[in-house]
Design a protein around this ligand. Structure first.
Ligand code: PLP
Length: 402
């Protein structure tokens, strides 16, 4: 492996690069977490989070990874033996299913091909059949990070409403929040599960549950043992800006700054930027003659693009060539997709030039690894970013306006 200069290109779909502004905000002495100074920080962070989750309700922040926040959602709302409906969108939906099963939940897992999102019509049909209301919750992953497919949570909510079914709606927004439009209150989501190291542009270490009144009521009567993850234990001290145990103080400084950055840019602009970068990435992939894993254009992920390798070529060997030569990390294929796809993350602190640098690394890597492709994908991405079509305006014919 050669010595590299400059910054490492962390183009995995999370953890995403941490902006310098956030790093500086965290570069603070640790303060007493029982002081008024801490309470002011915590209150500011709770209020800021409400804007990002789009809720007026409670948000709980655990010192944990996203997996901890998954567990908190389960143990606070469900009871052993409860039945839930989940959808096999990919690796992460499968992992969440396994966790639910370990907690004694009976999971009905709607099969999927890992190339489409959760189908609102199929959920509606299944809930309509469940006239006895045996299904206690619908649990879906908003942005399936293993496949680059974003499910339409607003449509799923509308489908649930059509049936009048009372199931809770639990949504994993671990890789979507802060990058893709998400509306906890408007979509009547009961538990939104998220974490710090993706759209929030923070290091790993914070897990979130945004909770509805209905979820909080369910938590009062459910029969799952819990201690660390107990919402009520958290909410009591949180009301005055405190935690029942030692919070991740410096990550909260970072969170306050990251929220300020997202709101300064404007959430709609943040989402539009992600969509623009994703479209440019797909333009490059298509030009190379490679295949985007997601098959449904309305479900293309703004956060990442999973790319299928041509048969006979190993995605992990290719990723190693890119890492060794160009100091860039790309996401690997997970479980069933291992070796078959690589994933380009384009989330968080990513702009046009970062993306073009990353795509250049992919294109040079394809050449270096001997993967068949058509050169010029980066040009196609530039064309997409500039809003022109490649064929009708080749770069060398562009008119320079003086
Ligand atoms: N859910 C999704 C959609 C994810 O992308 C991830 C991690 O990448 C997880 C769950 C697990 O989160 P963590 O690794 O922070 O525990």
């Amino acid at each position: 492996m050669t010595e590299h200069q400059g910054r490492h290109f962390l183009q995995i779909p999370g953890p995403s690069p941490v902006p310098d502004r956030v790093l500086r905000a965290m570069d603070m002495p640790v303060i007493d977490h029982r002081s008024t100074q801490f309470a002011d920080l915590a209150k500011a962070v709770f209020a800021g989070c409400q804007k990002i989750f789009k809720t007026a309700g409670d948000i709980i922040i655990f010192p944990s990874s996203g997996t901890g926040a998954w567990e908190a959602a389960i143990v606070n709302t469900l009871s052993p033996g409860d039945k839930v409906l989940m959808v096999e969108t990919g690796h992460f939906a499968t992992m969440w299913r396994q966790m639910a099963a370990r907690w004694g939940i009976e999971v009905e897992f709607m099969p999927g091909d890992w190339r489409h999102g959760a189908d609102p019509a199929a959920i509606e049909a299944r809930l309509a059949q469940d006239t006895s209301h045996a299904i206690k919750a619908v649990m879906v992953v908003h942005n399936e990070t293993s496949t680059g497919v974003t499910s339409r949570v607003g449509d799923i909510r509308a489908a649930m409403d059509k049936t009048g079914h009372p199931a809770l709606l639990l949504v994993d927004t671990i890789s979507s929040l802060g990058s893709v439009d998400f509306r906890h209150d408007e979509w009547k989501v009961d538990v939104t599960v998220s974490c710090s190291q993706k759209g929030f542009m923070l290091p790993p270490g914070l897990g979130f549950n945004a909770i509805s009144e209905k979820a909080r009521t369910a938590a009062k009567t459910n029969r799952m043992p819990r201690s660390y993850w107990d919402w009520e234990e958290m909410l009591k001290p949180n009301a005055s800006g405190f935690f029942p145990y030692t919070p991740a103080t410096n990550l909260l400084y970072g969170l306050r700054e990251a929220i300020a950055m997202l709101l300064e840019e404007g959430l709609d602009n943040v989402f539009a930027r992600h969509r623009r970068l994703a479209a440019a990435t797909r333009a490059a992939v298509t030009h190379w003659g490679l295949e985007v894993l997601c098959l449904e254009p309305s479900e293309y992920s703004p956060v990442l693009t999973a790319v299928l390798m041509p048969p006979g070529h190993d995605a992990d060997k290719f990723r190693k060539v890119v890492l060794d030569n160009y100091n860039m990390s790309l996401g690997s294929g997970l479980t069933r997709l291992a070796g078959k796809v690589f994933r380009i993350g384009h989330l968080g602190e990513c702009n046009e030039l970062t993306l073009l640098g990353a795509l250049s690394g992919v294109e040079m890597g394809l050449a270096a690894a001997g993967v068949p492709h058509r050169a010029g994908g980066v040009d196609a991405a530039m064309a997409s970013l500039e809003g022109r079509t490649e064929s009708n305006s080749p770069p060398h014919l562009r008119v320079i306006k003086t």
